[in-house]
Design a protein around this ligand. Structure first.
Ligand SMILES: *Cc1c(COP(=O)(O)O)cnc(C)c1O
Length: 226
């Protein structure tokens, strides 16, 4: 018996739906990246995605990602890993050693730690600033009103290149206004990448300008926990 979900089929279906949503608003689906969120998933499902040719993955914990990917990625020359979970400043060094993209930059202390590592010779990852569009007290991300200052610090004082913005809308809200806000903020600051939309709402995100969607259960099936 094999209870692994049909990962190749799921990937094809998500890609089909991405293309359809893009077509609805006259966008080229090739401009939308699919991050397969493999956090918590069993390794055999990740291997199935790799076997299906998928190469872009998201993880939310540095140590878990190290255990899964350090050896596994060495078998491929084109795996791209995105950190999509909160980052402690004392984990910046291992995070930068593993991840190609850090999507959760959200405070000056973290920006300074990243800049310090780059000054010490670390490879600069692609950096996205996470915006707490719902201004939820317990959620990571910079408040929309503090975004301009954080971007100015990164660009003008620390010499960091910020590629774009990322958000996770509040569970209780309709996501569309949050996606529209992130798109507007990215445009206002001249940032190209908009990382928004998960399994339940990535088509809505694409209609509001997502250039990157992060899909976990839609690709890999349900998780045991978050
Ligand atoms: C878990 C997670 C996802 C994927 O969620 P699904 O609903 O399983 O698609 C996307 N983004 C972030 C930041 C996550 O933590």
């Amino acid at each position: 018996m094999n209870d692994t979900p049909d990962i190749a089929g799921n990937l094809a279906e998500v890609r089909r739906r991405i293309a359809a949503a893009a077509a609805d608003v006259g966008r080229d689906p090739a401009t939308i990246e699919l991050v397969a969120v493999s956090k918590v998933q069993p390794d055999d499902r990740v291997d199935a995605a790799l076997a299906a040719g998928h190469r872009r993955f998201g993880e939310n914990r540095v140590q878990e990602a190290e255990a899964r990917w350090t050896d596994r990625r060495a078998g491929f020359d084109d795996v791209t890993l995105h950190l999509i979970g909160p980052l402690q400043s004392n984990k910046v060094k291992p995070a930068m050693a593993l991840f190609d993209a850090i999507e959760t930059l959200d405070r000056p202390k973290l920006a300074r730690a990243v800049a310090r590592e780059i000054a010490d010779g670390a490879k600069a990852p692609e950096l996205l600033v996470q915006v707490n569009t719902g201004e939820e007290a317990q959620k990571a991300g910079v408040a929309p009103g503090d975004l301009a200052d954080l971007l100015a610090l990164c660009r003008d004082q620390l010499g960091l290149t910020i590629a774009g913005l990322m958000c996770i809308p509040p569970m209780a809200d309709a996501p569309a206004p949050h996606f529209a806000l992130l798109d507007e903020l990215a445009g206002r600051h001249g940032l190209a990448v908009r990382s928004m939309g998960m399994s339940g709402d990535y088509e809505t995100a694409i209609r509001h300008g997502a250039t990157r969607v992060r899909v976990g259960t839609g690709v890999f099936g349900a998780r045991d926990h978050d």
